[in-house]
Design a protein around this ligand. Structure first.
Ligand SMILES: C[C@H](O)[C@H](O)[C@H]1CNC2=NC(N)=NC(=O)C2=N1
Length: 216
């Protein structure tokens, strides 16, 4: 007789506990979501701060009179216009190089670039090789021409670009049909952006009719 009400009370208590447990679980889930959102907002704010610091650093650098400051200014503008620093790309690409003009090599601010930057820029003129003979960085590319005189025609086409840019390559014609062009900035004894600009402009020349092996 007594057992029935006992079981009823026990069942009611267990049901109540279940409701309370469920309520606490939901509270925990809501708190975790809030925490996650706070963490995301904090990470986004830190990322924006880092980008602001980076842009400020570039602005300071781009005010320097080094020949690359134009590229840094472009880079700063690009970054400012971007919504997220994840979107900005490497500030120098082949179309940029080929459309740029060489600067006079006797500029007092001109310095040879370091190997890191050279390794970055060489990816923009992939058919050229980077050489480091005795610590002097140079660009080099070779072709096979059909005949010796076509080799001289090849040189003339390159010479026209060099004269227009006021920046000149070293031209080699060996074994009558092996042409090698080396480019470096003599006034600084190494590589400057001028060299990559000249290489990119040479790559735009249509010289296939002079070559024995068609370019790939
Ligand atoms: C004043 C003018 O910029 C210099 O005489 C140029 C000519 N062409 C040049 N070409 C190369 N590759 N390096 C130079 O230092 C250089 N100097």
């Amino acid at each position: 007789m007594l057992l029935k009400p006992l079981f009823e009370i026990l069942g009611f208590v267990l049901w109540k506990f279940g409701r309370i447990f469920n309520f606490c679980f939901e509270l925990l889930v809501m708190a975790d979501n809030e925490l996650g959102q706070l963490r995301n907002r904090d990470a986004a704010m830190r990322s924006r701060e880092r980008k602001k610091m980076y842009v400020k650093d570039l602005e300071i650098k781009s005010r320097s009179s080094s020949p690359i400051n134009g590229k840094l200014e472009n880079h700063v503008e690009l970054l400012k216009s971007r919504k997220s620093h994840h979107e900005f790309r490497t500030f120098c690409t082949a179309p940029d190089l080929g459309s740029k003009k060489c600067v006079p090599c006797n500029s007092k601010d001109m310095r040879p670039m370091n190997e890191d930057l050279a390794n970055q820029l060489i990816t923009k003129v992939p058919d050229w090789n980077l050489s480091n003979g005795g610590g002097k960085l140079k660009l080099a590319r070779s072709w096979k021409v059909k005949t010796f005189t076509k080799g001289l025609e090849f040189f003339q086409a390159i010479a026209n670009v060099a004269e227009a840019e006021g920046h000149h390559p070293d031209l080699h014609l060996v074994g009558w049909n092996n042409v090698t062009v080396e480019i470096w900035t003599h006034s600084v004894g190494g590589l400057t952006e001028n060299d990559f600009i000249l290489a990119a402009k040479i790559d735009t020349l249509n010289l296939a009719h002079l070559l024995r092996i068609k370019p790939k």
